[in-house]
Write a protein that binds this ligand. Structure first.
Ligand code: ATP
Ligand code: MG
Ligand code: MG
Ligand code: MG
Length: 564
């Protein structure tokens, strides 16, 4: 490709409203442009990188036995009503009407659509297991779209769904996706960790998030430098015991009387909540006997008290505002298992903007009197972590835990029968009995991966692409395009390399050399070849972007070098 003709508008200055480095660099390097908040166009160079990620995703999904398909982005509301999510997904779901007033949603995720399709098409055990995937645009009306592609309102996701006959079958399907994710993120050049996540309101068994390590990440990872243990903060905090805490009073909530005729058991509550998605309810803590409940909602959701009451089936809810939660424990990251008069809060200054609701059960008076605060996450050890009900073992190696910031680039989840039962996707087994299919769902934020890669691979001059994702592998730069010798040699090299299968961007623009070199660093392709004064000797200056190592080769050596 000749750069003269390429739509690649680079910017010298850092755009004022872009906070994250990846956002800044993608704008400056001319990879993306914003259309509206959280909505972006991919320009030709950006699209190439995005397509490389998609190719890797497809190869690994196919290798894992998943089949690609493509579902609509426009979903009739009836589907979402049938699963119960129309009412509870909240304002993140984009809704619209057709000319006849029929309601639709723009797909935020595709459990409803895929389960309905599979329900109609698969009836026998002979057709299972089955894993289907798509790469498709998703819509979520995020409360705070930010950091460019990291949190968009329209973004590209790979979502896969598995259908099995048994829990052990689901284990196999889940592991295949897990392994594929490890391959995908490794091939994308990401430094990442798979962490145990909290299945929370979904009520599934296993769930892991794949976190790309980066300071800009909105998630906190708790991991052990010595053994394999890694979990997200919510999951890890859920296992913390009373040890080493201090108390603060919560004047706001003394006492809080709650009347909740609609909820009589944990099961019933979790049924209500399970129609909620994990995107909304961050964590739910209940007493062993199922009475008091604290529901923590993500701060990026608009909390609609009326809707929450409806979902929980309660008359009264005490809403804790952001500042009250802040008062609870500097900034609360998680409220874990509670006693009648105390709530455990793991404080983490990085998690902001949570809001919560306190409800009780069956006319119980609920006194929220003080809060135990564990402030110093940095010195937490495994000894502080106990099994509070799920049989965690392997995690007591005793080493001090470390904390890191992560970007959630992927999520694998054992759904069980939540959607297949709700939407009626069943199969007939060998004995003629009808059974619900057992499902898993698996997402990768394809466009978020692109941004995460840039978060991890850049320097002060620009992007440093991993070879697997670079829009072009070679940047050929002609210093003086008016110099016939330089142009002739550049053209010769351009054709030879292109014929040899390299993707080459040839900077044949009439620009000052400084501008060209700066742009080359900003764009960050792995190898830069400069054709300058020594063109008459057929000498080329080679420079590797990542190592900065520079060397000269004559054209013949260069071509041999590139072919090996
Ligand atoms: P987050 O916690 O960041 O809001 P999520 O848990 O809501 O993400 P999932 O429903 O698990 O997201 O979706 C699967 C994947 O889609 C996520 O792991 C993430 O990589 C990606 N993703 C989710 N929301 C966005 C977004 N707003 N912009 C870009 N990618 C996203
Ligand atoms: Mg998440
Ligand atoms: Mg989300
Ligand atoms: Mg997720």
């Amino acid at each position: 490709m000749r750069q003269q003709r390429l739509l690649n508008p680079t910017l010298r200055d850092v755009p004022g409203d872009a906070e994250a480095v990846s956002h800044q660099l993608m704008l400056r390097a001319g990879l993306i442009r914003q259309l509206s908040s959280g909505i972006y166009s991919y320009l030709p160079t950006g699209l190439k990188a995005l397509q490389h990620i998609q190719t890797i995703v497809r190869e690994e999904m196919d290798r894992a036995g998943a089949q690609e398909m493509l579902m609509p982005a426009l979903h009739p509301a009836e589907l979402w009503k049938a699963s119960g999510r129309w009412d509870v997904y909240g304002p993140e779901l984009m809704r619209l009407q057709d000319r006849g007033g029929r309601e639709f949603a723009l797909g935020a995720t595709h459990e409803e659509v895929i389960t309905t399709l599979v329900k109609d098409e698969i009836h026998s055990y002979k057709k299972l297991p089955l894993t289907l995937y798509q790469i498709q645009t998703k819509y979520r009306d995020e409360r705070r779209p930010r950091f460019g592609l990291l949190r968009g309102r329209e973004f590209l996701m790979k979502d896969a769904y598995s259908f099995d006959r048994s829990a052990s079958g689901l284990d196999v399907s889940y592991q295949a996706m897990y392994d594929a994710y490890v391959n995908i993120f490794t091939r994308c050049g990401l430094q990442f960790r798979a962490v145990e996540a909290d299945s929370g309101a979904i009520g599934g068994t296993d769930t892991h998030e794949f976190m790309a390590l980066a300071d800009v990440g909105e998630d906190t990872i708790v991991h052990c430098p010595s053994c394999q243990y890694a979990a997200n903060l919510e999951k890890a905090a859920g296992l913390i015991t009373n040890k080493g805490t201090s108390s603060i009073d919560v004047p706001h909530a003394q006492p809080t009387k709650v009347h909740t005729p609609g909820v009589t058991s944990i099961k019933q509550l979790s049924q209500f909540l399970s129609i909620e998605s994990q995107h909304i309810i961050k964590s739910v803590a209940v007493q062993a006997d199922g009475t008091p409940v604290i529901v923590l909602l993500r701060g990026d959701l608009e909390i609609n008290e009326i809707k929450l009451k409806h979902v929980l089936g309660v008359d009264e809810i005490t809403m804790l505002t952001e500042s009250e939660i802040t008062a609870l424990g500097s900034v609360a990251g998680f409220i874990g298992p509670i006693g009648l008069a105390s709530v455990r809060v793991i404080a983490d200054n990085s998690i902001q903007g949570l809001a919560g609701a306190v409800v009780g059960a069956n006319e119980a008076d609920y006194h929220l009197q003080h809060v135990d605060v564990q402030r110093d996450l940095g010195t937490l050890t495994y000894a502080d972590i106990r099994n509070v009900g799920q049989g965690e073992s392997c995690i007591h190696c005793g080493h001090e835990l470390a904390f890191a910031k992560g970007i959630e680039v992927g999520h694998v989840f054992k759904l069980g029968t939540k959607y297949s039962e709700g939407l009626g996707a069943s199969y007939t087994d060998e004995n003629g009995l009808s059974e619900p299919m057992i499902m898993g769902c698996y997402g990768i934020g394809v466009s978020r991966v692109l941004a995460a890669v840039i978060e991890q691979h850049h320097d002060e001059r620009g992007i440093i692409w991993p070879k697997t994702l670079a829009p072009y592998s070679i940047h050929l730069l002609t210093v003086q395009v008016k110099d016939e010798t330089q142009m002739a040699l550049s053209e010769e090299i351009y054709h030879a390399l292109t014929r040899a299968g390299y993707s080459v961007l040839w900077d044949d623009r009439e620009e000052r050399p400084g501008v060209k070199f700066n742009d080359a660093d900003l764009l960050g392709f792995p190898l830069r070849l400069t054709i300058g004064k020594k063109a008459n000797e057929r000498m080329v200056e080679c420079k590797e972007r990542r190592s900065d190592s520079a060397y000269e080769l004559n054209v013949e050596q260069l071509l041999t070098h590139c072919q090996t």
